[in-house]
Design a binder for this molecule. Structure first.
Ligand code: RP5
Length: 165
């Protein structure tokens, strides 16, 4: 993890979410974005959750990527307590495979937005890429890195045809 002050916080409801959420950390590390990862359970650590949200802006966080599964209140409750943009990642749950998490996160009532991503590791990675894009608005070098990432992705996809034989 980058040792500079974090500009992106990755939080999750349980260490069991890390298998999913580490996809966000990997992307941020790839782009050299200082970040932190913490368990801040909404229903088991409500006081810490509020404290994390209340301190986020002063600590320099520019985005919070929040992952949770089941009745996933974490992203919405964080968003209620901070003006820092919250990017929500629905973690796949055992019984409903994350559809419960998705609905819990995406169906925020009007007024407190949570940018919601796909269920699972694709959502975690895309939340991090979205945070990179937000930061890149004010950072030309980061914008170039993001453009290069897209070019590499295109090259990988073009090369796939040769594997079809
Ligand atoms: C949620 O409950 C967490 O976000 C996790 O996805 C789910 C299960 O938590 P554990 O029982 O694995 O701690 O709060």
């Amino acid at each position: 993890m980058n040792s500079a002050s974090p500009v992106v916080g990755i939080v999750m409801g349980s260490s069991s979410d890390w298998e999913t959420m580490k996809a966000a950390a990997q992307i941020l590390a790839e782009f050299g974005i200082a970040h932190e990862a913490r368990v801040v359970s909404a229903h088991r650590m409500p006081d810490e959750m509020f404290a994390y949200a209340e301190a986020a802006q002063a600590r320099g966080l520019q985005a919070i990527i929040a992952g949770a599964g089941g009745a996933a209140h974490l992203p919405g409750m964080l968003a209620a307590k901070t003006l820092v943009p919250v990017l929500g990642v629905p973690v796949a749950s055992r019984h409903l495979q994350g559809v419960d998490s998705l609905h819990s996160i995406v169906q925020m009532p009007k007024g407190i937005p949570v940018a919601t991503f796909a269920i699972g590791t694709a959502g975690a990675a895309n939340a991090a890429l979205f945070a990179v894009a937000m930061l890149a608005n004010q950072d030309a070098a980061l914008r170039e890195q993001l453009a290069a990432f897209r070019v590499r992705q295109t090259e990988v996809a073009r090369a796939m045809t040769q594997d079809l034989q």
